[in-house]
Design a protein around this ligand. Sequence first.
Ligand code: HEM
Length: 138
Amino acid sequence: MSFDDIFDESYDRVLLAPSDGIEFFEAFYRRFLRSSSEVRILFRNTDMAAQRSMLKKSFFSLVAFYASGTIDDVLRRIAYLHSAEHLNIKPHLYDLWLECLIDTVNAYDPEFCDEVELAWRLVLSPGITYMKFRYDHY
Ligand code: HEM
């Protein structure tokens, strides 16, 4: 099976059933907030329920970038919003973001294994590289 298929199947297991991904993103943000005080400070005034639903939507653009090799308007806007000019999200925080996401997949995908982990890392890499690059290139 290709890494694309391995990713798609794992994505369906964690994000579709049974709560349409809400539980998954809730668990992700719990981990992410716990992982660093820098993250907690950045989200100190954020409505985390709204944040969860926005991440869920924008997640699609990250995955689409891997599949199509082109950046859609949603991803372009998010990258600009996170750049040094606006939210000032330092590039190293994306590595933490990815580690917390992988830990959450581990907790929610009963078929989690090395291949599944690698598939998630491969699929999300272009989007994360793009977000980091846009930190100070706009
Ligand atoms: C590829 C990874 C990421 C994606 C797809 C993403 C997505 C988003 C989206 C869609 C929003 C809402 C934008 C809006 O208001 O329209 C947002 C806001 C935000 N993100 Fe991210 N994000 C990512 C990584 C990060 C990281 C690593 C941090 C670091 C802590 C971060 C911190 C924030 C903050 C502080 C806000 C503003 C929250 C508020 O409005 O109070 N994000 N993000």
